[in-house]
Write a protein that binds this ligand. Sequence first.
Ligand code: SF4
Length: 698
Amino acid sequence: MSSDQQEPVKTICPYCGVGCGIKVQPGEESGDVRFMPWGEAPVNEGRICIKGGAATEVVDHEDRLTEPRIKEDGEFREASWEEAYEYVADELERIREEYGPDAMGFFGSSKVMNEENYLLQKLARRYGTNNVDNCTRMCHASTVWALRTSLGAGAMTNSMRDLREEADLFWIQGANPGEQHPIANSQYFRQAVLEGATVIQVDPHANKTTRSFEIDDTDPHQHLQLNPGTDIPLLNIVLKTILEHHEENPEDGWIDEAFVAERTEGFEDLKATLEDFDKEAAAEECGVPLEAIELAAKQYATADNAAIFTGMGMSQHACGVDNVQNEINLALITGNLGRPGTGVNPLRGQNNVQGTCDVGAMPNVLPGYQLVDDDEARESVEDVWGFEIPDEPGLTNVEISYEAGDSIKGLYVMGENPVMSEPDANAVAERLADLEFTVVQDIFHTETADYADVILPATTWAERGGTVTNTDRRVQRMRGVGKVHENTRHDREILTEIGTRLFDKGFDFADPEEIFEELRQVCPSYHGMTYDLLGEEGLHWPCYEPGDEGDPFLYEDEFETESGLGHIEGVEHTPPAETPDDEYPLILTTARLEEHYNTGTMSTRSPTLNKQTPENFVDVHPADAERYGIEDGEYVRLRSRRGEITLEAHVTEDTTEGVVWTTPHFAAASANKLTNHVLDERAKIPEYKAAAAEIDVD
Ligand code: SF4
């Protein structure tokens, strides 16, 4: 491969869900892949953040896996692909024969393209199990649950473009676009703010979003710095303030009576829930002055177009579904849905987090969110696939990890790193060690790969083609420059080979376009898309027939619920499962950094990114630092009931007294050794955002 032979190709940044277009081109040295800006890229028009600009640094990193490896007597040795494929196929067959298909679990990944996640979930179902899930479970499973149940689709209701053009107010709760979606923030949301939009930020931590909008608690912008886990009481204050005002001043229109009457159900339930709600007591629990929350309620209710952004600060709680439902309640009673500049908009953290769910890499749904236990939907997919699909939902990834060694005997991991990404990570590692057979398919030897029996070396994002679906439902094509290491395989090639060895037919695809052609047959919202029609702009789903232009915003006429109505439902406060006590008097909460990416597999190997922040740290409020005798920059031991890590203390007012804040990116001080594995009952998302903790100073 050399620059003489190949023109740059247009592809999509592999990091966050904004979907920025970039170009890549082979460099002069063998294996070298260069980044180039793509000036006309539809989402970002050539702009790029630090992660996007550094994305090619890991493509030919010296740590790349370049040959299959098989574990023998506790050590990995090189193997041929033939030996590795045969071993995997034999072990998958053995586990199915000895224990049945539900003894296997399959993990897809939002770092991997639509075609590959589609193939993985099809392989799991052909194998005979719905035990297939992906890392979305860890970030927005609760958001997807609430949005699907109450509005119809588990996705952003609006597009970045209409939000920039039409929104007058951004309500940003538990999301941090200034850090996590920098181009969306600077190119879309900040532009709207410069033209007069107001920002209400609800977050326990001051961050780059606070600073990018220069939120200084003077009118009009506000930062409501609440205690972790008090989002429901805060939103209930907002809702009750709006209800009270409307009762006395209906002419102000804080509640959109016509919208509520014609397009929603459940309003009376909300009123009943809030009837005896005590706003003063709730404000105290939130740690935010009541007047500030009441002002925010007024600002939201009186904006012409108010848009909610929601993130993992809302979803990663045992009450995650209720948290998001309360945001939906706010949007529905004020009529802020179904038109540009409004809505409830989850900002997605990985470049294909939306698509991985769209294509059915989940235990309860098939492609297009068709329920596995809906006979009609399941049979329509069976007609295309030509085999029977199990009709009961399978286990989620956290459940699979916790069943490892018991009912789960084998695990197939494509691009995921559960030993770092799942809560109570020490316990996860112990359980994975009890599995009989584990496959890890990845580009690097991850922390999870230590527990594998066979490691399959995959190609990176820059080497292969396919599609990804960004945070505002835009499906875009990725294009690759070809393999940097000849003995690696594209994820789809590996799955095609294993599927074909196990089963007579159904996995023999020559290229990603062939896979996409089958995917669109079974995924109604992608049915109108082809590679040609996606072109360079991409298309927003739903796109039901070829020629449809896709919908930048949803629910203009009706919601996609059974009744066609938006569902309002009052919710009551559920405190975090762990609250501070004498033994663990602090609240630990976690969040990501701009320069790093999830479990750090790629970003900690990127010289540019790692230079910014080379190790983990914990933010400690000055009052707590004084109480514990901690100096800024000193190393401390942070511990919870599940483990401990040693890391540098940053003494800062970004966090509040009693709350310590850290990040999940670094293996040497992995925050998920401390986090709590308690799950939201419905969405099965873990409570990463609140755990009881203590600090020790040596
Ligand atoms: Fe990549 Fe997201 Fe940065 Fe865009 S904003 S360059 S998609 S990490």
